[in-house]
Design a protein around this ligand. Sequence first.
Ligand SMILES: O=c1[nH]c(=O)c2[nH]c(=O)[nH]c2[nH]1
Length: 299
Amino acid sequence: MSVETKSKVVLTKNQFGKAENRVVRVYRDTDRHEIRDLNVTSQLRGDFEAAHTDGDNAHVVPTDTQKNTVFAFAKEHGVKSPENFLLNLGDHFTKNFDWVTGGRWAAEEYGWARINDHDHTFYRAAPEIRTAVLVREGDKNTVISGFYDLTVMKSTGSGFKGYPKDKYTTLEETDDRILATDIATRWRYNTTDIDFDATYNKVKEIILTTFTEGHSPSLQQTLYQIGEAVISAVPEIDEIKFSCPNKHHFVSDLSFCGLENPNEVFYAADRPYGLIEATIAREGAASEEEAWVGIAAFI
Ligand SMILES: O=c1[nH]c(=O)c2[nH]c(=O)[nH]c2[nH]1
């Protein structure tokens, strides 16, 4: 085959924009400043056929313009919540450019707290990174929020037993072990008419409280119970996903020097780790698989 011979191809899914715009908004209406610290990605979907096939840029809202819009909106609209910020971007691009029929806008938020209750001095305080994704198609918005890197541990109140054994099994059953994980979770709202900040705080609180309560027979059941608690408490959430490492802590064998070790000294292994992933959905709720596309590694 000659090198000039081209196969017939068609453009299928595509989107484009500016990734990871690091925008910090300072509210300084009074001497007591407030800050919101975001990492925002904007990507447009619509009729961009000619740009790809013919090099015709008539529809290509430059990624540079998308970046500028992110920074201008931080001033013009402020950051009520990451989700509201993304909804403003989605409205803007779909309403002002006929051929933009939708898109994907994503944000991470980094949390800050005041040093000694000072008016304008802060330290990075939230252990977790908050996430938000808006997928817009026509007039339909789907918002998926969440967080990752919230590391939690139970020093007892967890066990693992009753599992099948074969010739490769060495694990001992236990009623008392350390359960530790880095919680990564995303939940899908069935509305955009909600106080996103208040709901974020409520979901985080439910996750931490449910992790605390009761005896855990496995990380699987703990995640299921957390998901059930979130969906029961928040009617605006239809689905929640988790991707959580089981960060193994092995009891250190101190018998070499005659010491007993009743679950006091552990070796914290960093790898391998169990990887427990699950989706818990409201029964009967529509699933929105398309909105999850592009969300890395299960969640
Ligand atoms: O909570 C757990 N779930 C498992 O699936 C598992 N497998 C394992 O070896 N330890 C654990 N712990």
